[in-house]
Write a protein that binds this ligand. Structure first.
Ligand code: NAD
Ligand code: UD1
Length: 337
């Protein structure tokens, strides 16, 4: 039996493929390389000494999906493929809805056609909007403030409707908090295009000397030191959450959402300090205005995933920082050498 992993050459996908291969699963990856390259999976093969079939193609290509489902004995799908930059999503919303929403509908239609009903979806903590309290539980109200977030929420709603319409479906909606870090080998990691939007890749590029200073978006939030607080989770822990969710689907009924986080929040300045310690490099920063759309504080109540999936994050902040730095310093240009 084969797991189809869409977007498996990307940051979280490549780490998940590695863990799947190590767990002796057959893996088929479909990726259009719009935000990745085949190099990540070449390295995954080297690290695991296992093979993975990689198809270059698009989830929006129904004929291609039908061919893949005909040729391979796919019995479940982990769906990472999509666009993920919040700022960009406000500029080109149609591309976001086409890739993230229509692309997913296409995939679900072909799954249904081939009687494949096990689906693990990359959702995001962004669906909790600006929470009234923390820690955030799965039953908190959902909302979105930008096209990216709305595309995730729309797919969640589609999945809930689908599961309600047909009891064959078994769907896990995984709401990631803030994935950071890299595989401990330093061979695979996050390789953002251009100027990173997210905090950790930006800090890493400052530490390596590619950028002058970090702009800290606001120090007047109601948090420990005024800077934004987030629940950072090691990407390998997150990858393992997918294996747990996939294994649990056989026993699960319908569509269930799980928050994948550590349950701990760290401020931007705490992250800067921790990275300086791990890299032994200074990370200069300046305080600038708040970034529109940012919230003060966001961290998970991670107890539901622990109880139901027997999953919990085990890697601490120091490991996240050390692994980020190892990846960044060994691969200053990412996969481009
Ligand atoms: P990524 O960009 O590294 O990986 C996404 C992969 O999907 C890329 O390899 C890209 O080439 C591929 N892709 C995009 N559109 C495609 C299409 N139409 N057909 C085929 N392949 C396509 O991103 P990531 O950080 O690994 O994120 C994976 C998923 O998790 C995304 O859906 C993202 O929205 C979600 N997510 C990410 C974060 C985060 O902080 N990284 C947080 C919450 C949710
Ligand atoms: C962002 C997205 C969110 C997405 C998540 C994971 C926005 C508004 N939200 O969330 O939808 O799910 O990434 O991909 O873009 N920070 C700085 N300077 C920087 C970068 C970030 O101070 O250069 C701060 C932010 O204000 C925030 C924290 O660092 O307090 C984390 O930021 P980031 O990594 O972008 O993640 P989120 O804001 O949680």
């Amino acid at each position: 039996m084969t797991v189809l992993v869409t977007g498996g050459a990307g940051y979280i996908g490549s780490h998940t493929v590695l863990e799947l291969l190590q767990a002796e699963q057959n893996v088929l990856v479909l990726d259009n390389f719009s935000n990745s390259s085949s190099e990540s999976l070449k390295r995954v093969k080297e690290l695991t000494n296992k093979t993975v079939t990689l198809i270059e193609g698009d989830i929006r290509d129904k004929a291609l999906l039908e061919t893949l489902f005909t040729q391979h004995s796919i019995d479940s799908v982990i769906h990472f493929a999509g666009l993920k930059a919040v700022g960009e999503s406000t500029e080109i919303p149609l591309d976001y809805y086409e890739n993230n929403v229509w692309g997913t509908i296409n995939l679900l239609q072909v799954m249904k056609q081939f009687n494949v009903f096990k689906f693990v979806f990359s959702s995001s903590a962004t669906v909790y909007g600006d929470p009234q309290t923390v820690p955030i539980k799965e039953n908190f109200p959902l909302s979105a403030t930008n096209p990216y977030g709305r595309s995730k929420l729309m797919v969640e709603d589609i999945c809930r409707d689908l599961a309600a319409s047909d009891s064959n479906w078994k769907i896990a909606l995984l709401r990631y908090f803030n994935p950071v870090g890299a595989h401990e080998s330093g061979r695979i990691g996050e390789d953002p295009n251009g100027i990173p939007n997210n905090l950790l890749p930006f800090i890493a590029q400052v530490a390596i000397g590619k950028r002058e200073a970090l702009a800290v978006f606001g120090d007047d939030y109601d948090t420990v030191d005024g800077t934004g607080v987030r629940d950072y989770i090691h990407v390998v822990d997150l990858a393992n959450g997918h294996l747990k969710a996939l294994a649990h689907l056989a026993k699960q009924n319908g569509c269930v959402a799980y928050s994948l986080g550590t349950g701990k929040g760290y401020s931007v300045l705490e992250m800067v300090k921790a990275f300086e310690k791990a890299s032994d490099r200074p990370v200069p920063y300046k305080i600038v205005a708040r970034r529109p759309g940012d919230i003060a504080c966001c961290y998970a109540d991670a107890s539901f995933a622990k109880e139901v999936l027997s999953w919990t994050a085990t890697r601490n902040l120091e490991q996240m920082m050390k692994d980020s730095w190892r990846w960044q310093s060994n691969n200053p240009e990412g996969y481009k050498k």
